[in-house]
Design a protein around this ligand. Sequence first.
Ligand SMILES: Nc1ncnc2c1ncn2[C@@H]1O[C@H](COP(=O)(O)OP(=O)(O)OP(=O)(O)O)[C@@H](O)[C@H]1O
Ligand SMILES: [Mg+2]
Length: 330
Amino acid sequence: MIVTLTANPSLDRTVALDSVLRPGEVQQAVSVREDAGGKGVNVSRAIVAAGVPTLALVPLNPHDPYADLLRETGVPTRSTAVAGRVRANIALTDPAGTTTKINLPGARLTIADRRAAIADTVAASRGARWLVLAGSVPPGVGDDFYADVIDAVREAPDAPLIAVDTSGAALAVVVERSRPDLIKPNDAELAQLAGLGGALGGSGPDVADLVAEVVRVGAGLVPGSVGSALVTLGSLGAVLLAEGGAWFAAPPSIRAVSTVGAGDSSLAGYVLAAVAGAGPAERLERAVRYGSAAASLPGTQIPTPADLPTGEVRAVALVAERTTPAGIAP
Ligand SMILES: Nc1ncnc2c1ncn2[C@@H]1O[C@H](COP(=O)(O)OP(=O)(O)OP(=O)(O)O)[C@@H](O)[C@H]1O
Ligand SMILES: [Mg+2]
């Protein structure tokens, strides 16, 4: 069983306009589509599609329209009853292919909601292999929310392995306090975690320099503060840093259609490989395959095993001491 917690879910409303967006004017929409969004929900969608048991946890008002959309995903869910409504994130698409996104703040959780969400996560994690904590934390719970969840879950003798995919202060606190078994930052999130501002420098413009920089920065985290780090690099692929070494994998050749959910799918691919008993190199390969499959699918569609690209994905072992990673053409 793989349990996911989406602390700050969103109802994703995509509005297709009949003409190019004109601020300040009244315009007609040709269609509207609503999806149950949320990073943990996405991870669970990919896991369900692979035929592996999962449970998605969400703080949710039982009368919230989000509950109906969540049911339609077919993902087994358990909600912690809270008072507030799930936020709506709005995407305006126009015929020119421009997408304008407006993200609303989440509903504020009370102290009682916070306590109930932690208790429900502890109960649902009993006997699970992995717990995935994914996405931003909602207003009201504080940046130490995920760290408190991890502490509470690990009080049980058979606690699951714990993966965290979040950013900013919430990620910093988890890494500082709770040594998660896996984190899944992208390059910008890793840079921020390492106090390097918004971007990893690298010594030059090629992928080999970026990968070397990820390995250098990641070595300060793994294995001391984090068990493993899956650092995704968008269209360039991903790096896995683990106790036994570091690996890089480039994506297969695909036509990128919508990268929404790519990071969540990578994380699902990693965890699916891990529960199947795969070692680090194969976990990374599966993560890249899943991320790239998501990027090749339209909208918020999450990949099934049948959607995985057939092109080769090969993890290359990296040598930490070298400035140019072994096996990558500069
Ligand atoms: N344009 C692309 N072409 C091929 N593969 C891609 C592309 N964009 C993303 N991917 C795949 O998806 C994985 C995750 O992408 P990315 O690093 O953008 O995640 P992310 O920034 O966490 O995304 P999000 O949090 O928005 O889902 C990459 O490692 C890669 O395998
Ligand atoms: Mg991400």
